[in-house]
Design a protein around this ligand. Sequence first.
Ligand SMILES: Nc1nc2c(c(=O)[nH]1)N[C@H]1C(S)=C(S)[C@@H](COP(=O)(O)OP(=O)(O)OC[C@H]3O[C@@H](n4cnc5c(=O)[nH]c(N)nc54)[C@H](O)[C@@H]3O)O[C@H]1N2
Ligand SMILES: Nc1nc2c(c(=O)[nH]1)N[C@H]1C(S)=C(S)[C@@H](COP(=O)(O)OP(=O)(O)OC[C@H]3O[C@@H](n4cnc5c(=O)[nH]c(N)nc54)[C@H](O)[C@@H]3O)O[C@H]1N2
Ligand code: SF4
Ligand SMILES: [Mo]
Length: 738
Amino acid sequence: MTRVTDDTRTRLRTCPLCEAVCGLEITLSAENRVVGVRGDREDPFSRGFLCPKGASLGRLDEDPERLSEPMIRDRATDTWHAASWEEAFDLIAERLPALVAEHGRQATALYLGNPNAHTVAGALYLPPLIRALSTRNVYSASTADQMPKQVASGLMFGDPLTVPVPDLDRTDHLLMLGANPLESNGSLCTAPDYPGRLKALRQRGGRLVVVDPRRTRTAKLADEHLFIRPGSDAYLLFAIVHTLFAENLTAVRVEAEGIEEVRTAATAFPPERVAERTGIPAETIVRLARELAAAPTAAVYARIGTCTAEFGTLTQWLVDVLNVLTGNLDRPGGAMFATAAALGIVRTRPFRLGRWTSRVRQAPEAMGEFPVATLADEIRTPGEGRVRALVTVAGNPVLSAPSGARLGEALAELEFMVSVDRYLNETTRHADVILPPPRTLQSAHYDFALLNFAVRNYARYSRPLVPLGDRPSESEILARLALAASGQQPEPGRDPLAAVDELIIAGTLHKAGLLDRRAELLGDNSTEQRIDMMLRLGPYGEWNPEAQPVEQAGVSGGLNLQVLLDHPHGIDLGPLRPRLPGVLRTASQRVELAPRPLLDDVERLRARLTEQATGMVLIGRRQLRSNNSWMHNVPSLVGGSNTCTLHVHPDDAERLGLGAEAVVKSAAGILTVPVEPTEEIMPGVVSLPHGWGHSDSAQSVARAHAGVNANVLTDDSIVDAPSGNAVFNGVPVTVTPA
Ligand SMILES: Nc1nc2c(c(=O)[nH]1)N[C@H]1C(S)=C(S)[C@@H](COP(=O)(O)OP(=O)(O)OC[C@H]3O[C@@H](n4cnc5c(=O)[nH]c(N)nc54)[C@H](O)[C@@H]3O)O[C@H]1N2
Ligand SMILES: Nc1nc2c(c(=O)[nH]1)N[C@H]1C(S)=C(S)[C@@H](COP(=O)(O)OP(=O)(O)OC[C@H]3O[C@@H](n4cnc5c(=O)[nH]c(N)nc54)[C@H](O)[C@@H]3O)O[C@H]1N2
Ligand code: SF4
Ligand SMILES: [Mo]
């Protein structure tokens, strides 16, 4: 460890590692090595909170095994050599356009991974890349994650990005399903120090109820924890809806269509009919409904455990149906919509689902994407439109997608593959070219996506802490990739980023009637000027005639980049405010409680109600010192409790005669895993974390803590019908002694 000396400097930056957006205070040595990380106590949102991952940001950023130069693979020998940026882009410009010329645009696919939600490059420079490729074969981690929430929100509110979040700091009652923020730090609910906020809820007399097949750390903090049979949340929520109607407990306060249709649909799901399926007694369900209705304010919140399930979209829909029926949507203490500072995509027409379908499975698109669960089919099924080339950006689908191992075999059949990634890993090993992004600390940071889901309105911009030198930023990599994919060379002497930005700036200012003010945009480069424009035109912006006031002391006038630069700890933009009907984009201009595609899907739910729960089922879990697949090469983040084991209830372990290891078999695959008996899991359920399985990894620490790939067991042939989302929870398995 480098000593803190006079040459060190301390700088502020947002942590990019999870959705909690904590402010960090980072101490750097003269050589730009991280010598210390602390939570930024002056950040008005995170107030000094820091988790073990944030504390390890330096080690992660300086991992000696991360890639620093482009890599090119020789297919004949399967060996890699470092290449110059010119060589790498030249190869792409030679191969991709030729492939498209021969086989058409659909022959190229794109897969976008989770870290894109945390980078400026992902937010601002993926859209031009998608346009340049102009293929319908766009896939992302969203269909292994939150697509059900986005589809439900799109149908109910008209915009899939209009997602309500629980008003954590003011609610009196929180019903939480399938989320474990004490390990994950929260998701689709940006809340730094989520654990502290939950403790505060209880301290002010509020009630927290957690529904989870595992007694998680979050469950232990709650007033009440209920085990639920995996995959049955939609039944539970429908029965709560049923009870609200049956007992006249509804109190709708917003303009809503379709209340009668919801009442009718719920008649099929009285509490006594779902009790067995959910494992929750009818009396308890009735009590949950009464408590929800009686609380002065309440919010229902459900996350990944309920999204990555067969009825994910119905569950997410019912969450907000409950928020509406109990009068809690869009009111303080209920479920509210954040107001992010940067101007986002302005949607003018209502969200539509299934505008086109995939070639092999006829899966409907959602938000311009096909389900990642069908990517392997599109690569492997011969015929016109077959995917022959793939570009991945910040994704590791071999470990993160359902039937990931099968997808890995499909990747090996591609004719050409490019990955923008910091590692040579389970996915990128199939690439022909890997383009590594710079260090995190060499990148600027602004949370374009996550601040739309914040529990308090807030903005913070961080400039790069370490100079880039003569290598490209990730934004430039994506811009040059877009050029190479269309067979173009960057114009000599012209910054390819500036070319992209100029088009967007001119278009946006023209629409706003402000083209003559182009010269006023501030910033060191075109990206910053774009951010300045988005802030100025945004809901608190200097150029927005209807801007909301910025109430923070010391900030006068509307927001622009300079105001954010002057407030490096971030700016508090106040508690969430009611936003209906302004945010609605539905045809009716009301909240649509009974969208047709969802009512249609209720039939599928109904048909499965009486299904007997036999055998064991598999679910996932997250670990505090981990993040999906890519943080296992940092010594401080592996080992201890952070290991890849199968959680099994001791009664099941005994009944099944399990020893130290078990063989777990599903319809999709088979694995041998170490067994960890624990009372914290519901009988009949086993849990395995995802993101492991590094036995062939090029990273030495990850290889030494390999674990197994949980997605060998998950089955890509089963998805949540409306959204196409992958199913990771409730996978039928057999468990036998090894
Ligand atoms: N069984 C099971 N599977 C799951 C889940 C589950 O709960 N259970 N969860 C799902 C969820 S919620 C998600 S979001 C997905 C995640 O799915 P993916 O996004 O496909 O997987 P990650 O492991 O997050 O991979 C991120 C990749 O980005 C690279 N990377 C990291 N930082 C950067 C960067 O700044 N730039 C670039 N270019 N690359 C970077 C890493 O090296 C890694 O290769 O996994 C899903 N898979
Ligand atoms: N430390 C850490 N933090 C992370 C990540 C990480 O890998 N590690 N990943 C990040 C990502 S990509 C995301 S999307 C978020 C996710 O954030 P969360 O949604 O909070 O994710 P989990 O911690 O996996 O919690 C999901 C819970 O659902 C439960 N569950 C499983 N099946 C069911 C079911 O059928 N019904 C119900 N009611 N519960 C069920 C599981 O037992 C688990 O406790 O976390 C992010 N933060
Ligand atoms: S909670 Fe998330 S944002 Fe905060 S320090 Fe940890 S990883 Fe970073
Ligand atoms: Mo995720």
